[in-house]
Unconditional design. Structure first.
Length: 115
């Protein structure tokens, strides 16, 4: 960790900042606070998924082979899709390849993303 702070310390500071920005919430009860906890937790989890999956989908071999015939694929541009996770949909952009031999499209990042 570059900052030298533990993750718990960094989370504590971030939560303090968010609470300071929101200001006072008169009439807020424990149920409202719990709803906010779940909503913020889901937002953090989705953003973690977006960033972690972006790292994974960028780890493509230089010359990926077709999973059917083994022939080297040709880059066919980026492809965007939504993965459905337990915390909601997460957008993923990954490299799409086409096999000139068997004419199949494939995504080399699939083995990294676990899809």
């Amino acid at each position: 960790m570059a900052s030298g702070k533990s993750m718990q310390e960094r989370i504590r500071e971030l939560v303090a900042e968010v609470l300071a920005e929101e200001g006072e919430c008169p009439g807020q009860n424990i149920n409202d606070i719990e709803d906010a906890m779940v909503r913020i937790g889901d937002q953090v989890a989705r953003e973690f998924g977006v960033q972690a999956l972006a790292r994974h989908t960028q780890q493509v071999p230089e010359h990926p082979s077709c999973p059917d015939c083994g022939h080297a694929g040709e880059h066919a541009g980026p492809h965007r899709r939504e993965l459905i996770t337990s915390r909601g949909q997460v957008p993923v952009t990954e490299a799409k390849y086409r096999c000139p031999k068997c004419r199949r499209h494939f995504f080399p990042s699939d083995c990294h993303a676990g899809t």
